[in-house]
Design a protein around this ligand. Structure first.
Ligand code: PMP
Length: 393
């Protein structure tokens, strides 16, 4: 992530006047604060105090069982002993990349992808190339000619960040047909608006897929608890890397999540969350259609954000600055593209952590900033996001 963009986002964060349509944060009013407080107190109550003690690198037995049960219910053959509880999905991703890749390797990524994954690839001297799985047309223009040479493919089949869309059957088949490891990021899988998480790629390629997930989106990111299910032959190595890195995931955080999951109907919570975020998504979509009718977007199938593209070559940084002056910030599209391209103009607009009224006002401010930039030269749409495929608003 560009340091100057991060600087702007940091400046915007504490200012209540600024509406933050970026960040990808869960809605704070959905944090189950009272149940988490009770879970915390109960964790302290245990005389042996395991929540305050060292544990083992693989993490809490009950959390591992919970993850294995959830994945089994989705058709994946996973034993609790094959799950590693990590410090968020981010650490799971770092471990998977360390095992699957060597510096200089090419790694497949979605056409738009998670910026912290791109950052990690760069730090590890790995070269991102587009998976080329969005559509046959897209494949013709975007896939690297020697895409078969990618060492691993990083993807979000259930629900993409920032696309807000899952991969269709053809794209999933394309991923499995290619060689190499698959790193399946399932961070948003439980937040599809249409219901429970789909069959993971893990179920179709148990020995090739590194599967990672997190409670950051469905519970809260501050506790930093996620998981990794590596291919079985890599389990011991993954555990060694985990131990070398931080010995184990935070005992107290694991104890809280464990107690919380045991004391609530988490499935019912997911149903409520899906409805809540679906309503916010609809609200933002209506505001975009009303205030920025010339911009294009696909209605998200879940998650926290709408990915928006305008078929123009505008100055992304100038728009970000104008928007900040108007009192709104967004995530610039260049952060989500492997090559860092800022054209066509694109952005991730997060509806997740903004109250409904502020959502409308935020989009109105964005439209004002856009008008201030004035007319810009038009660029052709990217093939993967033509109006016929996406519709408008
Ligand atoms: N993958 C994706 C797609 C994400 O959006 C995020 C969080 N922004 C992560 C992984 C990392 O999640 P965690 O908080 O569990 O480290």
């Amino acid at each position: 992530v560009d340091d100057s963009v991060e600087e702007l986002q940091r400046r915007a964060a504490p200012d209540p006047q600024v509406i933050r349509l970026g960040g990808g944060l869960p809605a704070p009013e959905q944090f189950p604060r009272a149940p988490l407080a009770r879970a915390f107190l109960r964790a302290l109550d245990d005389a042996a105090a395991p929540a305050l003690q060292y544990g083992f690198p693989e993490g809490s037995a009950r959390l591992r069982r919970f993850v294995a049960d959830s994945l089994q219910a989705r058709g994946a053959a996973v034993d609790a002993g094959e799950v590693i509880i990590t410090s968020g999905a981010q650490q799971a991703l770092a471990i998977a990349l360390e095992i699957a890749c060597r510096p200089g390797d090419r790694v497949g990524v979605d056409r738009t992808t998670y910026p912290a994954a791109l950052d990690l690839l760069r730090t590890r001297h790995l070269l991102p190339v587009v998976n080329g799985d969005e559509s046959p047309r897209r494949r013709a223009v975007a896939a690297a000619p020697d895409a078969a040479a990618v060492r691993a493919r990083y993807c979000m089949p259930a629900l993409g960040n920032p696309s807000g869309r899952g991969l269709d059957l053809r794209a999933r088949r394309g991923l499995l047909a290619g060689g190499g490891a698959i790193i399946e990021d399932d961070a948003y899988a439980d937040l599809r608006f249409d219901g429970p998480a789909p069959i993971p790629l893990l179920a179709l390629g148990r020995e090739r897929v590194f599967h990672l997930g997190t409670w950051s989106k469905t519970l809260c990111p501050g506790l930093r608890v996620g998981w990794l299910v590596p291919p079985r032959r890599h389990l011991a190595r993954a555990l060694r890397i985990k131990r070398d890195s931080d010995l184990q995931a935070n005992s107290m955080a694991q104890a809280i999540v464990d107690d919380y999951l045991a004391s609530v109907d988490f499935g019912a919570r997911l149903v409520r969350l899906r409805r809540f975020y679906r309503q916010r998504a609809a609200r933002m979509a209506r505001a975009l259609t009303r205030h920025l009718p010339s911009w294009h977007f696909c209605m998200p199938q879940g998650g926290f954000a709408i990915w928006v593209e305008a078929d123009v070559a505008a100055d992304e940084r100038a728009l970000l600055d104008a928007a900040f002056d108007e009192g709104v910030v967004f995530d610039p599209g260049s952060q989500f593209r492997a090559g860092g391209a800022a054209t066509p103009l694109a952005m991730r607009l997060c509806f997740s952590a903004v109250p409904a009224d502020a959502l409308e006002e935020g989009v109105r401010r964005l439209a004002r900033a856009w008008r201030r930039l004035g007319e810009r030269p038009r660029m052709p749409l990217t093939p993967a996001l033509s109006p016929s495929e996406t519709g408008r608003g």
